[in-house]
Design a protein around this ligand. Sequence first.
Ligand SMILES: Nc1ncnc2c1ncn2[C@@H]1O[C@H](COP(=O)(O)OP(=O)(O)OP(=O)(O)O)[C@@H](O)[C@H]1O
Ligand SMILES: CC(C)(CO)[C@@H](O)C(=O)[O-]
Ligand code: BAL
Length: 307
Amino acid sequence: MQIYNAVSTYRAWRQSLPPTSTVGVVPTMGALHAGHISLARAAASENTHVVVTIFLNPAQFSPTEDLAAYPKTLETDLQKLEELNASLPSDGAGRVSAVFVPTVAEMYPAGIPLVRDQQIGTFVEVIPLSAKLEGGTRPHFFRGVATVCTKLFNITRPNKVYFGQKDVQQTVIIRRLLLDLQFDIELRVIPTEREKDGLAMSSRNVYLKGRRRDVAITIYKALKTAEGMYEGGEKRASVLLEAARRVVEDAGDEVKLDYISLNEPQLLEEVETVEQDRGVILSAAMWVLPREEGEGTVRLIDNLILS
Ligand SMILES: Nc1ncnc2c1ncn2[C@@H]1O[C@H](COP(=O)(O)OP(=O)(O)OP(=O)(O)O)[C@@H](O)[C@H]1O
Ligand SMILES: CC(C)(CO)[C@@H](O)C(=O)[O-]
Ligand code: BAL
């Protein structure tokens, strides 16, 4: 497993691969957990080479978000990837051959101030998708994601890219980006890995200790409540969403719902009824509020597909 910090050295390796080999790329921001590893495992089963990128992308954070506090665990990240390699079958399957860990200066030659008006250079926007759902609270977010993914795809030259369903809107946006910018890349979406109680794994879960970890499960409970009613025959979005909202309200003042929504999977238009013949995304974002001095607010997202 080679570590590349520079675009030029990564490119030299990529160019050395025979044209028959395939490359599956797993973009991450590091602080790897079982969710990331399941993406890399899926990529290893479908490609000759897996490339994991680890880059904490400033462009997707606003000046008031947690860029500075975001967990950085490069040593253990690399260990986890080595352990994955050791666990893979020796015949036929690919391996994590390269980890691309660029510096901010490599990725943003013109610099990348967090204040949007101060930014210089080329940015990619996927409209109007980027303004919906997550975009309501994080208007800068998908511009940053689409921009860095475009750069990462140009650099790493994947045959396939692997994204987690946990960030479902991100997968919808990447699908659109690949199509619109004529990338010859296949998108693979991998199911959400969860803790035993159902909480979606997330790098930001390390911020949740004790009681805050317990109430974090509310977001999943809310989604499961709506899903259960849907499976019981209720198709009206308003009724499903109201029931889910009540779950968060009943959990008390330690959590606060940002949004819960039912949307069709192409343009993310809200639906009034959940039709059986097409998947509908049930997604939510919830804040776990601080309880003690020094704690920050933690924002969690999760989703289920009703189909
Ligand atoms: N629980 C999970 N199951 C499957 N894939 C996941 C899971 N969590 C994250 N991923 C995927 O891993 C990729 C990298 O995500 P990222 O590095 O932001 O981790 P994260 O856990 O989502 O972090 P954050 O806490 O910042 O949201 C994304 O495609 C994301 O959807
Ligand atoms: C895709 C991504 C690595 C881009 O920075 C990030 O948004 C993430 O980790 O989901
Ligand atoms: N996985 C999403 C990355 C972010 O919240 O910035």
